[in-house]
Design a protein around this ligand. Structure first.
Ligand code: SIN
Length: 503
């Protein structure tokens, strides 16, 4: 029998930018549950790009919204994109007020960088590639000194508590070596993405999609799980997770070359190195598959400035024995961001009462089939705060009886098998044969290990990728290379079974 506790406020699971923004915004008591110490084990702290927001007089939120819609390849909800773009500048200012050290112009304004698919320079950065770290340090400090927020590290999410009505009333966590049920007024899942389901990822490997899996098992609607963004230039030095070589390097003029020293991007897209992220990822995948290899050559564009201009990338390269001032950086596409997730409205509310979601585990409709560069931190801050505000207004005491929806852990060896298979069959290129092979593996693993978060999440990606017989944004089917139907995937599990695939 698990111990039961009640928290008289909102429970936030996850301590990346979305979870902590929710905690700070809530006008109620908040309990933040995190598996790792704050600012560890979350993608936010690793972000190199920055926050996209229309902060300069030459820019306007409507232009940011327009670029977001265009990048999303027909599936972005324009109302949500407008909300993001309108509230983005205020979110950046709020973080700056907390102490996030954004780069400034000589006049003291926010410096704005240009990134691919943005029509204006609008990315607020921190010391080249330090945005995630700089922002999270400031937010963690604010959370630790906020009187209404209690933080519990070392709490691993294992389940949800559900009332007969379907409402979510609490969580089950593994803490201090035992299972503990915690009920509260509302639960906000801010559990991050699914990078750890892939053999090559730029995110913390412990991110296995458990939040999405639990929400799905509880009957919440899931949106677009097949849309996964692969970053073209993870550094290929055999590290897991693979360190990122930020897109800003290509913005600075770094070139992609193959092992013969040939710049290859112009052969794939007229925008060459600044082509959309999915196009660049497929080009690098093709060069590598053809045995030519792929490298990012920043010797001329960045050269001796590397240590100050891109300190995180520089340190990662050196750790793998590569000096990017003197030699090209070996690169590989890697799972970087999950556009799909738990469907929410503009307040972060899911389709289940009492359950909210924010950040990468949520599907707000902002990213569509392809997230615009540097839109993830700003989404986490804007929609995290919205979710915190809305959840903090709930005062419901949990009803009875409560059903436990629990996940088994997937042991290390089968998880490695799954990761390899996901990269091979649900990666940059997909086809029916590979996706069916992957689903057969998931079935076999589930028969042995039961209901595991990683398997439920992987099944959502694979089954919906199989069902989407077209190519769009981050989802490329080599057997269906054309864009056909601009319809979202909206799916609900019934009794844990994938019953409906409805557009
Ligand atoms: C990058 O710096 O290349 C990644 C930024 C992002 O994913 O938005």
């Amino acid at each position: 029998m698990a111990e039961r506790r009640h928290f008289d406020g909102v429970i936030v699971v996850g301590a990346g930018l979305a979870g902590l923004s929710a905690a700070l915004a809530a006008a109620s008591k908040v309990l933040v549950l995190s598996g790792a110490p704050l600012a560890h084990g979350c993608s936010s702290a690793w972000a190199q790009g920055g926050m996209a927001a229309a902060l300069s007089p030459q820019d306007h939120p409507s232009l940011h919204a327009q670029d977001t819609v265009l990048a999303g390849a027909g599936l972005v909800d324009p109302v949500m994109a407008a909300l993001l773009a309108t509230e983005g500048p205020e979110a950046v200012r709020r973080l700056a007020d907390l102490g996030a050290p954004f780069d400034r112009t000589d006049e003291g304004d926010f410096a704005q960088s240009l990134e691919a698919a943005h029509s204006r320079p609008r990315v607020a950065r921190v010391k080249g590639d330090q945005a995630g770290r700089g922002i999270m340090d400031a937010v963690v400090k604010a959370v630790l000194s906020a009187g209404h927020v209690e933080v519990r590290n070392g709490a691993l999410l294992c389940g949800l508590l559900q009332e007969v009505s379907g409402a979510i009333a609490g969580v089950v966590v593994q803490m201090d070596g035992r299972l503990i049920e915690i009920t509260g007024h509302a639960v906000i899942l801010a559990t991050g993405g699914i990078g750890g389901l892939y053999g090559v990822t730029t995110t913390p490997a412990e991110l296995l999609g458990e939040g999405m899996a639990l929400a799905a098992l509880a009957g919440a609607q899931i949106g677009d799980p097949e849309f996964v963004q692969f970053h073209p230039t993870a550094i290929d030095i055999g590290r897991d997770p693979a360190p990122l070589a930020t897109e800003a390097l290509r913005g600075e003029g770094a070139k992609l070359i193959n092992g013969a020293g040939e710049a290859f991007m112009a052969a794939y897209h007229p925008d060459a190195e600044l082509a959309p992220r999915d196009v660049v990822a497929r080009a690098i995948h093709a060069e590598r598959a053809a045995g030519r290899g792929a490298f990012l050559d920043a010797r001329t564009a960045v050269g001796d400035h590397f240590p100050e201009a891109f300190p995180a990338v520089f340190a990662a390269c050196l750790s793998g024995g590569v000096d990017p001032r003197l030699e090209p950086i070996p690169v590989v596409p890697a799972c970087h961001y999950h556009m799909g997730g738990i469907v929410t409205d503009a307040q972060g509310a899911t389709t289940l009462p009492g359950l909210f979601a924010a950040g990468e585990c949520a599907s707000t409709g902002v990213h569509g089939a392809n997230r615009l560069a540097s839109n993830s931190l700003v989404e986490a801050a804007v929609f995290g705060a919205r979710a915190g505000l809305a959840a903090g207004q709930r005062t419901a005491a949990p009803g009875k009886p409560l059903k436990r929806i629990l996940l088994n852990p997937l042991p290390k060896a089968p998880l490695q098998d799954l990761r390899q298979a996901m990269s091979q069959d649900a990666g940059v290129l997909r086809d029916a044969e590979g996706l069916l092979r992957l689903l057969a593996l998931i079935n076999r693993l589930e028969a042995i290990h039961g209901v595991c978060g990683a398997l439920v999440a992987a099944r959502l990606v694979a089954a919906c990728a199989l069902a989407r017989r077209e190519s769009r944004g981050g989802h490329y089917r080599s057997d269906y290379p054309d864009q056909i139907s601009p319809a979202r995937t909206l799916i609900t599990l019934k009794g844990g079974v994938m019953e409906s695939l409805a557009a």
